[in-house]
Design a protein around this ligand. Structure first.
Ligand SMILES: C[S@@+](CC[C@H](N)C(=O)[O-])C[C@H]1O[C@@H](n2cnc3c(N)ncnc32)[C@H](O)[C@@H]1O
Length: 251
C-alpha cells in the first residue's frame, strides 16, 4: 500500500497535463468540453460543486471560471499544488484527502467523480465508504456525475512526439486488480529531458456492481449520459441523492 508521499500521480504531477494533452490531443480537450457542457446545460452557475479526485483541475478550473463555487478533493498534494498554481486568481477550495476520508455534511448541490477516479478504489469497503462520503457531502436531492470505466480502458499504450515519450503498461493481477505503470519522458526546449515513472494498483468495477452499491447508499440513476461520451471507454451516469427510508426494524 502506498503512503501519502507516494500516492498515485505524486511523482509526475508537474507533467500530468502535458502527458494527457499530448497523448490524447483534441480528444482530451473535447472530452473536457463535453463534460462542462453537460454541467452548464443542467445546472445554474453559482451552485456548489465538489470535484472528487480533481487532479490538476481539468474541470474544477473552467467550472470556477464559469461562476460555479468549486471545492476540489484530491489525495495527491502535488496534484493540488499544480491545480493551485494554474488557478492563482481563482478561489478554489481544496481538500487534500482521499474521497473516503471526506467528512462534509449536506453542503453541495453537485458532486463530480469522473475520468477514472473510481479505478483507484481497490476494494468494496473503500467503494462503499467513498460513496457514503459523497452522499453525506450532498444536500438532499442533489446530484452526482460519475463515470464507470469499461474493460476497454485496461490496455497499455505508447505515444511519442517531440514533446513527450509516454508508455503505459497495464498488467492483470487477478480479482479484477491491475498494475498500472507509467513511464514518461518530457523533452524541454534547450534543457535536458526528464524521466518520470509511477506504479500503482487499479481495479475494474462492473457498472452493475457500482450502481447497486450506490443504490444501497441512497442514490438513484436519473440519466445514463454515456451517449455524450462515446469513445471515452467509460459509461457516464447522472445520479440523485434520495432520502434513505427508515426500515421497519429501525422504527
Ligand atoms: C485520472 S485522474 C482524473 C482527474 C480529474 N477527475 C479529471 O477529470 O481530470 C484521477 C485522480 O484521482 C485521484 N485519486 C486517486 N485515489 C483517490 C481517492 N481515493 N479519492 C479521491 N481521488 C483519488 C488521483 O490522485 C488523480 O488525481
Amino acid at each position: 500500500m502506498k503512503d501519502a508521499e507516494s500516492a498515485p500521480h505524486e511523482s509526475w504531477a508537474e507533467v500530468y497535463d502535458i502527458a494527457y494533452e499530448e497523448a490524447f490531443g483534441t480528444f482530451y480537450t473535447d472530452l473536457s468540453k463535453r463534460t462542462i457542457e453537460i454541467i452548464t446545460n443542467n445546472f445554474t452557475n453559482g451552485i456548489k460543486i465538489i470535484d472528487y479526485g480533481a487532479g490538476t483541475g481539468r474541470l474544477s478550473i473552467p467550472l470556477t471560471e464559469l461562476g460555479f463555487n468549486v471545492t476540489a478533493v484530491e489525495p495527491s498534494a502535488s496534484m493540488i499544488k499544480k491545480l493551485l498554481e494554474k488557478s492563482e486568481a481563482l478561489s478554489i477550495q481544496t481538500v487534500n484527502a482521499k474521497m473516503e476520508d471526506v467528512d462534509i455534511h449536506e453542503e453541495f448541490d453537485l458532486a463530480l467523480c469522473v475520468f477514472t477516479v473510481l479505478l483507484y478504489l481497490l476494494d468494496e469497503n473503500t467503494l462503499h465508504k467513498s460513496f457514503t462520503a459523497v452522499y453525506n457531502s450532498l444536500k438532499q436531492d442533489a446530484f452526482l456525475i460519475l463515470d464507470i470505466p469499461t474493460k476497454d480502458l485496461f490496455q497499455g499504450y505508447s505515444f511519442s512526439n517531440n514533446m513527450i515519450n509516454r508508455t503505459v503498461n497495464i498488467k492483470e493481477m487477478g480479482d479484477d486488480l491491475y498494475e498500472y505503470k507509467e513511464d514518461l519522458t518530457v523533452f524541454r526546449q534547450n534543457q535536458t529531458s526528464k524521466n518520470y515513472s509511477d506504479t500503482f494498483s487499479i481495479k475494474y468495477w462492473s457498472a452493475e456492481k457500482v450502481l447497486s452499491v450506490l443504490e444501497n447508499i441512497g442514490f438513484v440513476v436519473v440519466e445514463d449520459l454515456s451517449i455524450h461520451f462515446l469513445g471515452s471507454g467509460s459509461k457516464y451516469f447522472l445520479l440523485q441523492k434520495q432520502e434513505v427510508k427508515e426500515t421497519n426494524d429501525r422504527l
